[in-house]
Design a protein around this ligand. Structure first.
Ligand SMILES: Cc1cc2nc3c(=O)[nH]c(=O)nc-3n(C[C@H](O)[C@H](O)[C@H](O)COP(=O)(O)OP(=O)(O)OC[C@H]3O[C@@H](n4cnc5c(N)ncnc54)[C@H](O)[C@@H]3O)c2cc1C
Ligand SMILES: C=Cc1c2[nH]c(c1C)Cc1[nH]c(c(CCC(=O)O)c1C)Cc1[nH]c(c(C)c1CCC(=O)O)Cc1[nH]c(c(C)c1C=C)C2
Length: 566
């Protein structure tokens, strides 16, 4: 089954033909052939795809291990090196884990393996014809973890931030109404005066009742604490804008822990916030890393000059010798004190060994990979729901936008708009991409990124791209376009059949079950990661990626000690 273990840097026992084979393998494994066709293609008429980077030469690191097919699983070529860590998945979770291993823990004997032809996972920035657009995530909250990773990857100079005053709108009773963002909290017209009073009394704990003993949905928690209006007009659309989710199923504790814990700790949302404030004064956080750019003021969002993909591509450059694209993991097994991983690559099957494995692919992929060996973990992981989301990017001449949406200079201010499911609009929400960040559309054109689908509209999977465009255009005519607006220019359409993991009721229990089943099977060197563990926000993904690197490093030290002891 196994070939001999060759030390990491040894070439002496490797024949010349083996070295040639490794170099060839490494070169071709980095070729541009996709192995996972995951998306609907954009409308050929207008979409312009940015070409991927040029192929890289085989690296010097290629000589550090040897390849053989003798005695391998599935007749695969065996890379005769035991890696310290193999990270499965080259989305942001996997890349940050890799970057953390290398830069923070000095671990170099690892791989980050990605099934697609490119890194970044669902970060999908495109450009062409004067447009820069996103077909996955559109922006991030610029907290310290995001600023840190930008600095670590060397792209902090490319950070761009939206205008902190740009309002978010909610479409309610035939009108786009700004969401309160501070001083306007009493005067905003999205809620009635009784609704505001109900919310205030609930927030200070006068009429929120006791926290029940069961895991509440977002809907139950918010209706109980803040009343029906806050739920229907603010939180229900907010759940679309973060999870494309169904608030009657999302778990308050799992999906919005930081708000949930306020009531738990302080008896009410305001009580919890005051307690947190006092605790922070007593135990202030450590000083910020002086290399970090200043924290942007206000409620802004961030991206990079040429789109979010600048971040994964920059991390890839930092750890390029360890990244393998077009490597799709097809089997994972325990083999003595290490793990055996078999990949489909453009060169055929390749088998690798590793002391630890970080799984950052979506939970349904992981479930499929481990169902034979650890069925209880697979069952728990396959319970997570990933509804579909379509990203429909349309452009209109600026004159097509209604005048009441424009400021004195003729610009359309704002971050975007969200549409409660009750308001007769199918599109979940629209990001004003060209208002938010500079350089996203040719002069005189408005670029709108529209999300459609989600947990309450899975039917998008049966619709054609033309139908999705027609639906979005119809919705925009109801809210922001003049009646005589021309047909849109279709910049891109991408459907994510399984877009975002839902942190529904029971999520954390299932995750605990999966981890316990892995431990019980003696798979303590397999670490679950990815956004269904960390949380879906890019900042959470980054935080957890670094944390995972630390946990993997600790595991390697602990298991080395054990080996030394026996
Ligand atoms: C439409 C959409 C909009 C979003 N908007 C925002 C937003 O505005 N702001 C925000 O903060 N977050 C947003 N998110 C969420 C955020 O993008 C994700 O949570 C984050 O990018 C997930 O990163 P990840 O690495 O955990 O997972 P992924 O990006 O899914 O990466 C997992 C990787 O594993 C690879 N893989 C799968 N199977 C295998 C295999 N067998 N072998 C090897 N590799 C494999 C996949 O190809 C993929 O590259 C959005 C997500 C979507 C889908
Ligand atoms: C289907 C529509 C989606 C839109 N964005 C996302 C989906 C699924 C995903 C998403 N958006 C945000 C996050 C990160 C949350 C965080 O804690 O950092 C994720 C995973 C950010 C976000 N976007 C909107 C809000 C209100 C938030 C929360 C943080 C913030 O206020 O900045 C608003 C919003 N999202 C979408 C639209 C159209 C929209 C409109 C205002 C799309």
């Amino acid at each position: 089954m196994m070939l001999s273990q060759v030390s990491n840097n040894s070439t002496s026992s490797t024949s010349r033909s083996q070295i040639r084979e490794i170099a060839r393998l490494k070169m071709t494994c980095r070729s541009r052939r996709a192995v996972l066709p995951i998306v609907a293609t954009p409308l050929a008429r207008t979409a312009v795809r940015t070409p991927r980077r040029s192929p890289r030469p085989a690296s010097a690191a290629a000589t550090s291990s040897s390849v053989s097919t003798a005695g391998s699983a599935h007749g695969a070529k065996v890379i005769d090196n035991v890696y310290d860590v193999i990270v499965v998945g080259g989305g942001l979770s996997g890349l940050v884990t890799g970057q953390g291993l290398a830069a923070q823990h000095g671990i170099k004997n690892f791989l980050v393996t990605e099934a697609r032809e490119r890194v970044g996972g669902n970060i999908t920035s495109m450009s062409g014809d004067g447009y820069v657009w996103e077909e996955g995530p559109n922006s991030f909250q610029p907290n310290d973890s995001m600023l840190q990773v930008a600095v670590d990857a060397g792209v902090d100079k490319d950070l761009v931030f939206g205008d902190p005053k740009a309002p978010r709108f909610v479409y309610w009773q035939n009108k786009l109404r700004p969401v309160p963002s501070g001083p306007d909290a009493l005067t905003f017209d999205l809620m009635s005066i009784p609704g505001k009073i109900r919310a205030g009394l609930g927030a200070i704990g006068l009429i929120n009742g006791a926290m029940p003993n069961l895991e509440e949905s977002v809907e139950q928690f918010i209706r109980r604490n803040l009343g029906d209006e806050v739920f229907e007009r603010l939180i229900e659309p907010f759940c679309s804008g973060v999870y494309a989710g169904d608030p009657s199923k999302l778990s308050m504790k799992a999906a919005f822990y930081r708000i949930w814990i306020l009531e738990k700790n302080g008896g009410s949302l305001v009580g919890g916030a005051l307690k947190l404030f006092q605790e922070r004064r007593k135990n202030p956080p450590p000083p910020r890393d002086s290399r970090l750019p200043p924290k942007p003021k206000g409620q802004t969002v961030g991206s990079f000059r040429l789109g979010l993909k600048m971040l994964p591509e920059a991390i890839e450059r930092r750890i390029k010798d360890q990244v393998r694209v077009n490597w799709k993991l097809v089997s994972l097994n325990r083999d003595g004190d290490r793990y055996s991983l078999v990949y489909d690559t453009p060169e055929g099957r390749v088998q690798c060994y590793s002391r630890a494995v970080a799984l950052t692919a979506p939970s349904y992929v992981v479930a499929d990979l481990i169902k034979g060996e650890v069925p209880a973990a697979a069952e728990a992981l396959s319970s997570f729901d990933y509804p579909p989301v379509g990203a429909v990017t349309l452009s209109y001449p600026i004159e097509a936008i209604r005048d009441d949406r424009k400021d004195a200079q003729g610009n359309v201010p704002g971050f975007g708009q969200l549409h409660p499911r009750s308001q007769g609009v199918t599109t979940l929400g629209t990001i004003y991409s060209s208002s938010l960040f500079p350089g996203r559309a040719p002069a005189g054109h408005m670029l709108l990124l529209n999300y459609i689908g989600g947990a309450t509209n899975r039917g998008i999977l049966n619709q054609t791209q033309e139908e999705l465009v027609a639906q979005v255009d119809k919705d925009l005519r109801l809210m922001v376009l003049k009646p005589d607006a021309p047909k849109p220019r279709v910049v891109g359409v991408r459907v994510w059949p399984r877009a975002i993991p839902q942190f529904n009721i029971g999520h954390m229990d299932q995750l605990d079950k999966a981890r316990a089943a892995l431990d019980a099977k003696g798979w303590g060197g397999v670490f679950l990661g990815g956004n269904y563990v960390s949380g879906v926000a890019l900042g959470k993904v980054v935080e957890y990626g670094y944390e995972s690197a630390g946990n993997l490093a600790k595991h390697l030290v602990a298991t080395k000690k054990q080996t030394a002891a026996v």
